[in-house]
Design a protein around this ligand. Structure first.
Ligand SMILES: Nc1nc2c(ncn2[C@@H]2O[C@H](COP(=O)(O)OP(=O)(O)OP(=O)(O)O)[C@@H](O)[C@H]2O)c(=O)[nH]1
Length: 335
């Protein structure tokens, strides 16, 4: 079978909050004529992304019970094998990793699994980066033997979306960020973007993955016994409130204060909210100290479904998280 008879797979990776789901939504709503299957892997004990991905007719598979680069790799293989039994139904498969994943073990799957190798080829590893926060994450010193996920994600990229360029203060800041990226990966093309809005032809069907370049980067790439160690100090706290609605004014004030004081350690926060006194669905998005609150009234995402149970679900991801403090703070904002 030649590469042209196989189904292309794109791995979308990038640190927490970089703009991966925004990119998936852009792909799902752009006009390109491709039938796409999406496999989503989310970090943390409460899944939120299922409510953040736009509703389309495309098939979406959620994998929320572990990390795609380690514990649920067998689940990934199972889903891919299932998809390949209906391979005429798809033109392209996209895998969105968690923000803390190492893309290499996910990419390895397409070279070591005999069945999948027959039907699929790895088109590209796309790494989305947050122009405002990347530098700090790249500079982070990790304990001996622990991977810096941001560095790995850049190192293995075939294409880099330098996203959130609206948040860069000057051309000098941009130039020094590009220099830093180039010192880790000199090969990948870099495209600048805002809200991950890129030309679909520049990211899908580009045949940009190179096994030779990847082996040069990591001689153990094809070694199925090679191990990697995650930073165990990064954890998540998920909170669900099923039987009451939230007071939006109180909640917004609490979140703003929380993120302005603890936003260095709270890398990522997001949630879907059942707000008292309205039928609109609310979504909140936090990346370090930056925060956005929006509602379905703005028309960017769907409101509550007619028979949908209105549950508030939030997740905090970061270091030194105090579960009881976060839970009591959130629940104090119940209307
Ligand atoms: N200012 C600005 N904000 C952006 C841009 N792109 C995405 N965002 C916002 O950044 C936040 C995180 O975006 P997501 O697409 O959810 O990020 P993600 O990489 O999927 O996050 P995780 O799944 O948690 O790892 C959201 O509030 C987005 O609206 C951009 O270009 N500029």
């Amino acid at each position: 079978m030649t590469v042209n008879d196989k189904t292309p797979v794109t791995i979308i990776t990038g640190f927490l909050g970089a703009g991966k789901t925004t990119l998936v939504n852009h792909i799902l709503t752009a006009k390109h004529g491709k039938r796409i299957a999406i496999i989503e892997n989310e970090f943390g004990e409460v899944g939120v992304d299922d409510g953040l991905v736009v509703e389309t007719k495309e098939e979406i598979f959620e994998m929320n019970n572990g990390c795609i680069c380690c514990t649920v790799r067998q689940d990934l293989i199972r889903i891919l094998n299932k998809l390949m039994r209906r391979k005429d139904a798809f033109d392209h498969i996209i895998i969105e990793t968690t923000g803390l994943a190492d893309p290499a073990p996910v990419a390895q799957t397409f070279f070591v699994d005999e069945d999948l190798k027959e039907d699929l080829y790895l088109d590209a590893i796309l790494t989305v980066v947050d122009a405002a926060h990347l530098s700090a994450h790249l500079d982070e010193i990790k304990p001996e033997g622990v991977e810096n996920e941001s560095v790995e994600q850049i190192a293995f990229a075939d294409k880099i979306l330098l996203n959130k360029i609206d948040l860069l203060k000057s051309d000098d800041d941009k130039a020094s960020l590009v220099k830093k990226i180039r010192s880790i990966n000199a090969r990948a093309a870099i495209i600048e973007s805002q809200h991950s809005a890129v030309d679909i032809d520049s990211i899908l069907g580009i045949k940009a993955f190179s096994l030779d370049a990847t082996l040069e980067q990591d001689a153990e790439f094809l070694d199925t016994d090679a191990e990697h160690q995650h930073d165990e100090s990064v954890t998540s706290v998920g909170i669900e409130v099923a039987d009451a609605a939230m007071d939006i004014t109180k909640l917004e004030a609490w979140l703003r204060k929380l993120l302005s004081t603890r936003g260095e350690d709270i890398f990522r926060s997001k949630g879907i909210l059942n707000v008292s006194g309205t039928d609109e669905r609310y979504v909140f998005q936090g990346v370090h100290m930056m925060m956005e609150m929006s509602s379905s009234a703005e028309g960017k995402f769907e409101g509550w479904g007619k028979d949908q149970k209105r549950v508030s679900r939030v997740i905090f991801i970061g270091r030194n998280l105090d579960r009881s403090d976060l839970e009591s703070g959130f629940k104090a904002c119940i209307a």
